[in-house]
Design a protein around this ligand. Structure first.
Ligand SMILES: [Mn+2]
Length: 347
């Protein structure tokens, strides 16, 4: 069995001061997350790459999404007209153990056997998913306990489960704001409880999760549609409703206001980039036409920043491996961090 070593999370609160750092300096990929060249000890925002794609059902490649985000992130200018200077809180990426990639590859081989008819391996696949969730829950939990703001970079959407576990345990009543083309509410997909298509169903099983707000849905199964109807903890803003608002001239900002109004006091943000228009994330595994435009998702971020809702963590998943996919994901992540920073102590 592949051993999953615990992530090295710095002890204590972030230590940084921004003196001496020029946010306008030229940077390259060697300068780390957002080109800041910061050590994890200094950073409030800690990113953890989770290169895992064991249960993906369509195109592969998201295993390299986290690195694509980190590499492209040095291209950003760090001033934000609406959100100011999120970089002052400090950003750094932790190293994912090689074992995560190995577990992904080993489990993907089991999934291939399952698809070829070997039902006996199903439990082994789910066990791998459970181990990954426990590993991530431990890492994210320690980040939260040490005053850090966790950023989980995927990888398939299945990886988010461990983050939900950690955040819901520490913030009972937690909401999850899910940007996604898919509901991910299947009890199991291909018989797998640990499937990327079941991650929100697993989230609903957590006592600490009070609400899931789903935005951008447009590729949903019958069981999922019924669940959205029946489950009062789910509030859905499917894509056709967003489109209707645009088409009859109401615009997106009124919709965004109603989205923000449904959120509880504390939320985890789970961004599956396939919730966006596919021109923004062409390399994602299961693209679907439609979705949020760039100005719309940013409108939602700006409203969130001024809403009084507290963000406790963000995951961004299903990122494609190309430079463009990484760049869009990096920009979106930076802006969500800016919204989160509105509720943080002054740096
Ligand atoms: Mn998803």
């Amino acid at each position: 069995m592949i051993d999953l070593p615990a992530v090295d999370v710095p002890s204590g609160p972030p230590s940084r001061s921004d003196s001496g750092l020029d946010p306008d300096a030229a940077t390259g990929p060697e300068t780390g997350l957002f080109g800041l060249g910061m050590a994890p000890e200094e950073a409030r925002f800690l990113a953890l790459p989770v290169p895992y794609q064991a249960t993906v059902s369509s195109r592969r490649g998201t295993i390299d999404g986290p690195q694509a985000l980190i590499d492209a992130s040095c291209q950003l200018d760090l001033w934000d007209f609406v959100l100011g200077e999120p970089w002052r809180h400090g950003f750094a990426a932790l190293d994912a153990p090689d074992a995560i990639r190995e577990l992904s590859e080993e489990t993907a081989r089991l999934v291939a056997r399952l698809r070829a008819g070997d039902a006996g391996v199903r439990e082994d696949v789910d066990r791998a998913g459970d181990r990954l969730a426990a590993w991530l829950a431990d890492a994210v939990g320690r980040m939260l306990d040490r005053g850090r703001f966790p950023l989980v970079l995927g990888g398939e959407h299945g990886v988010s489960r461990g983050a939900f576990v950690a955040a819901a345990a520490r913030h009972p009543g937690l909401g999850i704001l899910q940007i996604d083309a898919h509901a991910d509410l299947r009890h199991a997909f291909e018989g797998l409880r640990s499937s990327h298509a079941s991650v929100m169903r697993r989230a609903l099983e957590l006592d600490g999760v009070s609400r899931i707000v789903q935005v951008g849905l447009r590729d949903v199964g019958r069981e999922e549609a019924r669940m959205i109807e029946a489950e009062e903890r789910i509030v859905a803003f499917p894509d056709h409703r967003l489109a209707a608002a645009r088409l009859d001239g109401r615009g997106f900002s009124s919709v965004a206001e109603s989205i923000v109004a449904t959120l509880p006091e504390r939320i985890w943000v789970s961004i599956d980039v396939d919730g966006l228009d596919p021109s923004l994330c062409p390399g994602t595994g299961t693209p679907v036409p439609g979705g949020l435009r760039w100005d719309e998702i940013n409108c939602l971020v700006d409203l969130l920043a001024h809403s009084g809702v507290t963000l406790v963590g963000v995951d961004i998943v299903e990122i494609g491996p190309s430079f463009w996919d990484g760049l869009v994901a990096a920009r979106l992540l930076y802006r969500f961090c800016g919204a989160a920073a509105a509720a943080l102590d002054p740096h």
